[in-house]
Ligand binder design. Structure first.
Ligand code: SF4
Length: 398
């Protein structure tokens, strides 16, 4: 090892995961390692544009520096795909393992998810040679478990274990992109922060992750949507962010009484408070607020509920995504009838709100909305079908 690239013992910082460090963090790190500033830009490029998976792969670094960092215990530290399940509809659900052994789930949905695509019709569709998809959406987790306790959600049954770091949030995306050999800029990728957890209860790490995804990986913020159950102070902070995704508010009820029953967090921030906070977001051109509405049979799917929703959303540039509730073990709701879903949509559309029925994705592998639970039950999902050869060799099925 040449003296020039050795890491001086006296200034060696505690080594750890590099993924998740932004350019300022990396500059400070390189200076502490006795390196020149330009090394920070190089490693930033390697981590996020090239998506290297080991320090050894940072080809622009001299061998001695790579070796020195490896010896000092530095690692990329992306979450690893521990298990994979593939749905008949092409959706893939991954169990992502963090360095401390905690796991979350991340979902890959080829051809988008049909609901968070605001501009599908007027954008070119990419066809990647050797690839079977034109565009895809990745659903990302923000916490291990969730504290919000929505009554219709399987993830809620986990409780909250811990927040994910920015590196662990971005790392889920990088791991999935690498698995599918996605070239940002050629393939059209949408991100939805709708996996496990409430992103706005992990606000600082979530926003740091968004900045890294935009400035590092190169995914435009306009292709990202964050869904919140309604954390009012965080919505107000979000409105002031210079770089931010689109917002989806998980409304799910037309009045506070129903919402308190299915989303107890409503007692803290009621619908009026949430809509007032949403109103502070300066909407960009072609941007609107998405309101998600999980339809529960006999609870929130009646015509009077649709009319109340119309009153609530009056004056807000919005669209509504109707989500037919996905059943899960231990949750005592029923699915709405097809007639109730169609009637609800029709009433909203006639009231002037663009309203879409989200295609359920990956229902057979519990990857659909509200179904991400991790494997707290040994075999929670129905039998798997059509695990691809790639999936088989990469990891055992969930
Ligand atoms: S729906 Fe979202 S916010 Fe509510 S418990 Fe599930 S993961 Fe948490």
């Amino acid at each position: 090892m040449s003296q020039q690239h050795e890491i001086p013992n006296a200034v060696t910082p505690p080594a750890g995961p590099l993924f998740g460090l932004d350019i300022d963090d990396l500059t400070a790190l390189m200076l502490r390692l006795g390196q020149k500033r330009y090394r920070a830009k190089q490693i930033h490029e390697a981590l996020y544009r090239q998506r290297v998976e080991s320090v050894e792969q940072i080809a622009v670094f001299p061998v001695a520096l790579r070796q020195g960092m490896t010896d000092a215990g530095f690692r990329i530290g992306q979450p690893a795909i521990a298990q994979t399940a593939r749905s008949v509809d092409g959706t893939e659900r991954y169990l992502m393992r963090m360095a401390d052994g905690e796991t979350v789930e991340t979902v890959w949905m080829p051809d988008g998810d049909g609901g968070e695509e605001p501009d599908v019709a007027d954008e070119p569709q990419f066809e990647t040679p050797g690839s079977s998809y034109r565009r895809a959406t990745i659903c990302v987790s923000s916490q291990v478990g969730c504290a919000v306790n929505c009554q219709f959600c399987l993830t809620a049954k986990l409780g909250i274990r811990r927040n994910l770091t920015a590196g662990e949030i971005v790392g889920q995306v990088a791991a999935v992109l690498n698995r599918h050999a996605v070239a940002i800029g050629k393939n059209r990728i949408n991100l939805v922060f709708m996996g496990m957890g409430e992103p706005f209860l992990n606000y600082a790490e979530f926003i740091k992750a968004v900045r890294l995804l935009v400035t590092g990986l190169g995914i435009p913020e306009s292709r990202m949507t964050v869904s919140t159950s309604g954390i009012e102070p965080a919505i107000r902070a979000f409105a002031l962010e210079p770089i931010r995704p689109r917002l989806a508010l998980s409304l799910n009820a037309s009045n506070d009484t129903i919402r308190e029953g299915i989303m107890p967090i409503t007692r803290k921030w009621n619908i009026r408070k949430l809509l007032d906070a949403v109103g502070t977001i300066p909407l960009r051109t072609r941007e609107w607020i998405t309101f998600e509405y999980v339809l529960l049979g006999g609870i929130n799917d009646l015509p009077e509920h649709a009319r109340e929703v119309l009153d609530l959303l009056a004056g807000i540039r919005s669209k509504v995504n109707l989500i037919v509730w996905n059943p899960g073990p231990g949750i005592a709701y029923t699915q709405p009838s097809a007639e109730a879903v169609a009637r609800f949509q029709k009433l909203l559309v006639h009231g002037g709100i663009p309203t879409y029925i989200r295609r359920p994705r990956g229902r057979d592998i519990y990857a659909a909305c509200g179904q991400l639970k991790r494997t707290i039950d040994p075999a929670p999902a129905p039998p798997l079908v059509a695990l691809s050869e790639a999936s088989r060799s990469a990891a055992p099925a969930l």
